[in-house]
Write a protein that binds this ligand. Structure first.
Ligand code: LMR
Length: 394
């Protein structure tokens, strides 16, 4: 049987992690996978997470199964964090999932169950695993223009023109904030235009929000998601706690299916629970319990928000330092976009050959499409990267 299997292509982001590890050079910089690192190059366990783990360890009396949807306290806390009071709670069906990837996977399967003909319109580019999962599920992904190679900002006209061609009932996958891989984002006026288009054309939004708190702040980063959720009849939201709670390996995500028609709530909730049962039964609980412990405790929540804000500000500081250093070395403003982008990533617009040269000649690892993880830098490595970028002639 196994001889019939084909070799699978390596995931480009995860492959890069291994290449970096295998590089014996002392001077090397990892700007690959989207993991936050502090100035010492460490991905720390957040203070509030440690405290919540302590609490759970002391008070938890059982590891018996939770429900198929996970712990309801987790869903409630996350719905509050992401949506605040943008929609009525009874419109939101929600289940815990293994990470944001699990939420995306379940969302795609739900779409396929509800409407096997639906196409999924994805930004060009998008997170490569969106495309990989859709391909695996034999669902059609249709790219819409998103990134303007010349300005390194959003090609908004192109985006709107492409989405106008989508058929009623199709799904539009949008990044709620901190677009991965480009770092280029819509402003709220543009989001409103997208909402109008979705409603005009009868398109269903699916929002992937994996970096809330990494861009402009917790509420600011959720503003677009809240606007969409409160303005359309139906939407899906796939959320991740990996980055903003720093609990990557705990696999903590949430999928929401929101319908203004509350008669649909029961059927949506039932279908989400059914999908969990088919794929893994009960979703992981440990990370979810840490998140709800933090969000439901004023002191822990404040401490978490403060630490997250420090993370956000440190990434913004690195963006500004890099843009300034590049301006100094290149004598041009063409890298100003790095300070305008938000979140963990920026696509710098280098060719695959230039990305290879950065790796070979300078030990700098970024994804082949020239996405770099800003959080992989520190004050001392920014000048090294800036010099390498200019040397390579980007
Ligand atoms: C990334 O884009 O680097 C992260 O979301 C990690 C991953 O799973 O790819």
């Amino acid at each position: 049987m196994f001889e019939k299997l084909n070799e699978q292509p390596a995931d480009k982001i995860l492959e890069l992690m291994q290449l970096y590890k295998d590089d014996p050079r002392e001077q090397k910089i990892d700007l690959g996978v989207g993991v936050y690192k502090n100035a010492e190059g460490v991905t720390p366990v957040m203070r509030a997470i440690k405290a919540a783990e302590h609490q759970v360890w002391e008070t938890q009396t059982t590891k018996a199964y939770t429900g198929l949807a996970g712990d309801p306290a987790y869903a409630d806390a996350m719905i509050g964090l992401i949506l605040a009071d943008a929609v009525a709670r009874e419109t939101v069906a929600a289940v815990a999932t293994p990470g944001g990837t699990g939420a995306c996977r379940q969302a795609f399967e739900l779409i396929r169950m509800a409407n096997p003909d639906a196409k999924i319109h994805v930004s060009d580019p998008t997170w490569p695993n969106h495309l990989s999962i859709l391909k695996h599920l034999k669902m059609e992904a249709v790219p819409y223009r998103y990134f303007d190679d010349a300005t390194r900002g959003v090609d908004f006209e192109g985006m709107i023109a492409d989405l106008r061609k989508a058929k009623a009932g199709d799904v539009v996958l949008l990044h709620g904030c901190c677009h991965n891989p480009t770092g280029a984002n819509l402003n709220l006026t543009q989001w409103q235009e997208v909402v109008d288009l979705l409603n005009d054309r009868g398109l269903i939004p699916m929002i992937d929000i994996a970096y809330q708190g990494f861009g402009d702040g917790l509420d600011e980063d959720a503003a677009a998601t809240r606007l969409v959720a409160s303005s359309v009849p139906e939407c899906l939201i796939a959320a991740s706690c990996s980055k903003n709670f720093g609990i990557y390996r705990e696999r903590t995500g949430l999928l929401m299916a929101i319908a203004q028609d509350t008669d649909l709530h029961k059927i949506n909730q039932g279908n989400l629970a059914y999908l969990n049962r088919q794929n893994y039964s009960f979703p992981p609980d440990h990370g979810a319990r840490l998140v709800s412990t933090i969000l439901n405790d004023d002191a822990l929540r404040a401490d978490w928000a403060e630490e997250l804000e420090q993370v956000r500000l440190s990434m913004l500081g690195l963006r500004e330092q890099l843009a300034a250093e590049l301006q100094r070395l290149s004598g041009s403003d063409r890298f100003g976009f790095i300070a305008q982008h938000r979140g963990m990533f920026s696509r710098i617009g280098a060719s695959p050959e230039e990305v290879q040269r950065l790796r070979k000649e300078h030990g700098i690892y970024m994804v082949g499409d020239s996405r770099m993880n800003i959080a992989g830098l520190n004050r001392d490595t920014v000048p090294i990267l800036a010099k390498a970028i200019v040397d390579v002639g980007i």
